[in-house]
Design a binder for this molecule. Structure first.
Ligand SMILES: Cc1cc2nc3c(=O)[nH]c(=O)nc-3n(C[C@H](O)[C@H](O)[C@H](O)COP(=O)(O)OP(=O)(O)OC[C@H]3O[C@@H](n4cnc5c(N)ncnc54)[C@H](O)[C@@H]3O)c2cc1C
Ligand code: FES
Length: 220
């Protein structure tokens, strides 16, 4: 039974332009890498979906790109503040892969520290728009970094089981190179658990809720 829980902020750290928000985990299950939590942003009516970035003992970490009012409010939290969180939600990555390669773009790096740790530090290729953004690559072991105008798809080695997260054009380009890649998609989400139908996308010709069927979908 899912319940919204109040949790304390343990730390707020800058990682390039992003913020690593560390929350007390308590008894919460961090879930499978690629799953997400809904985080209540102070002053905003609706919570915001965030992928689990790190899950050390007793903590849940979220890497946040401050792109609008909700994400900015989350980045402005201070140690000791309390916020409501709900999760883990959705479907994460399938971990039964033989030759994993993590492929990420921008804030799409967010689920990879936890994913990399779970898979034993596989190779990763991470694309960013600047060296400042690329500071987030330090959170992922064995990562090769591509900075624009070089794209991750220019440096992606063949012959791997690709697990990807990033902006839609990057995911489409990855899918063209690796037709069986697992891709983490985004859609606006109001509830995160299937009730509002705000995140409906077309999957294999059917309309599905991305928060229930995804966010990670196999493309094959
Ligand atoms: C499953 C999932 C996991 C996510 N994980 C992370 C994460 O780990 N770190 C992180 O920084 N962000 C993550 N996001 C995106 C994050 O939830 C949004 O950026 C945030 O909700 C925007 O809220 P806001 O109030 O700051 O900005 P808003 O004002 O709501 O939006 C700012 C801009 O982003 C667009 N936008 C907002 N939400 C989405 C969306 N879901 N998909 C595409 N465009 C959107 C808006 O149209 C607008 O242009 C995730 C989204 C999903 C669906
Ligand atoms: S976010 Fe409400 S149904 Fe998916």
């Amino acid at each position: 039974m899912l319940r919204r829980e109040a949790r304390s902020v343990l730390g707020v750290e800058a990682v390039g332009p992003y913020t690593l928000l560390r929350l007390e985990r308590g008894g919460l299950d961090p879930g499978t890498p690629g799953q997400f939590f809904m985080l209540e942003a102070p002053g905003r009516l609706l919570p915001r979906p965030m992928s689990v970035c790190l899950a050390p003992l007793g903590e849940l970490g979220f890497l946040i790109d401050p792109v609008g009012p909700g994400t900015r409010a989350l980045c402005q939290l201070s140690t000791g503040d309390r916020i409501g969180i709900l999760g883990p939600l959705g479907q994460g990555y399938r971990l039964d892969v033989e030759r994993p390669l993590l492929v990420g773009g921008g804030i799409g790096v967010a689920p990879f520290p936890y994913l990399s740790e779970t898979l034993g530090g596989p190779p990763a290729v991470l694309g960013f728009r600047s060296g400042w953004h690329a500071e987030a690559a330090a959170l992922v072991p064995n990562a090769e970094v591509a900075i624009e105008p070089t794209y991750v798809t220019d440096v992606m080695p063949p012959g791997h089981d690709v697990l990807a997260c990033g902006p839609e054009p990057m995911l489409e380009a990855v899918r063209r190179l690796a037709s069986d890649a697992q891709l983490a998609w985004e859609a606006p989400m109001a509830c995160g658990y299937g009730a509002c139908y705000g995140c409906v996308v077309e999957i294999d010709g059917e309309l599905e809720r991305l928060c229930v069927e995804g966010p990670v979908l196999a493309t094959a």
